[in-house]
Design a protein around this ligand. Structure first.
Ligand SMILES: *[C@@H]1O[C@H](CO)[C@@H](O)[C@H](O)[C@H]1NC(C)=O
Ligand SMILES: *[C@@H]1O[C@H](CO)[C@@H](O)[C@H](O)[C@H]1NC(C)=O
Ligand SMILES: *[C@@H]1O[C@H](CO)[C@@H](O)[C@H](O)[C@H]1NC(C)=O
Length: 295
């Protein structure tokens, strides 16, 4: 018996090490377990076994939720059904962000519109505090009629925004050329619904019609299939190539040719604004990554 003890200990230790390594690849689900309401407690509610969340905006308040954990690399998936009817001036936001001064952030924002008019999907990315990288799109469906899948994916080589499995935008890692990439800070997942009628609807021309309130955005089946952020040690742990770190596999390091075709279809047919083409805004100094992206 006694002689077996050390090997049992060794076995347990080995299991512990395996558990710690495997643990990096993490699935966070269920709204009440993984998120808390950080704005407008009386305006948001969880339902449906924790798989549903609704955010409400009225004249007294908007509402927001925030994940308890931070993540570095992986996929943040959410099904969203946007505010129906006259939603002009409302913005539904869904994003990941870090809290450091020079923060990283990857955004989806949905700008409401008057009844029957198209929503605008606004995307942006901040790296080490630098943003101003907006791209905007119309959608190829009515986002208020059904739930659709909006996914933020990022890994050591690229960030991809997906809508219903179609990549709509890519930001690749050009760190070797001095362009910062969001790979050094854990980010929390946020969702919010707020009054942005000072800028969202044609630069503030159309105001919210409070007669249409309360405005309600619905969220469903949140999944963070992502690496847990445990401080700076995670920078290497989450980037290490391994089967558990599935986001490091070659199939995620660049889009396939059919995905490139999908991306181009979205850009050609639904893109409204691309910061890379806004020469006036940057005084002719287009940001350097614009010359590097292959699309
Ligand atoms: C949502 O989209 C992502 C990215 O394409 C995909 O991995 C995931 O399986 C989708 N989720 C659902 C519920 O369809
Ligand atoms: C942020 O943007 C400023 C102005 O364009 C630039 O000078 C600076 O190098 C950028 N910083 C990083 C970390 O990319
Ligand atoms: C609203 O719809 C109009 C078309 O009727 C469009 O020009 C506009 O970009 C849409 N979005 C916003 C946020 O105003």
């Amino acid at each position: 018996m006694q002689s077996k003890m050390p090997s049992l200990k060794a076995l347990l230790l080995a299991l512990l090490i395996i558990a710690v390594v495997v643990d990096q690849s993490f699935v966070e689900a269920n709204f009440p377990k993984s998120m808390y309401i950080n704005w407008g407690a009386h305006h948001s509610s969880f339902a449906g076994n924790g798989e549903d969340l609704q955010l409400v905006l009225d004249q007294t308040s908007g509402s927001a939720v925030k994940s308890k954990r931070s993540f570095l690399f992986g996929s943040i998936e959410m099904l969203i059904k946007l505010v129906p009817g006259n939603s002009a001036g409302t913005v539904t936001a869904y994003y990941v962000t870090s809290t450091e001064d020079k923060h990283d952030e990857i955004d989806f924002e949905f700008l409401g519109n008057v009844s029957g008019q198209p929503y605008i999907v606004h995307t942006n990315i901040y790296t080490q505090g630098n943003g101003s990288r907006e791209q905007q799109f119309y959608l190829w469906f009515d986002p208020t009629a059904n739930f659709h899948n909006y996914t933020i994916h990022w890994n050591p080589t690229e960030v991809v925004w997906y809508i219903d499995n179609l990549p709509i935008r890519v930001f690749r890692n050009y760190e070797k050329d001095g362009i910062a990439f969001p790979n050094k800070q854990g980010m929390r997942v946020h969702a919010s619904l707020w009054n942005a009628d000072n800028w969202a609807t044609r630069g503030g021309l159309v105001k919210i019609d409070w007669n249409s309130s309360p405005f309600i955005a619905r969220f469903r089946r949140f999944r963070a299939r992502a690496c847990k952020w445990d401080g700076p040690v995670s920078i290497n742990q989450c980037a290490t190539k391994s089967p558990a770190n599935w986001w490091t596999s070659p199939s995620f390091s660049q889009l396939s040719s059919s995905q490139m075709g999908q991306l181009n279809w979205v850009r050609q047919n639904f893109m409204i604004y691309d910061y890379c083409k806004d020469t006036k805004r940057f005084n002719g100094q287009i940001p350097p990554e614009c010359f590097k992206q292959q699309f």
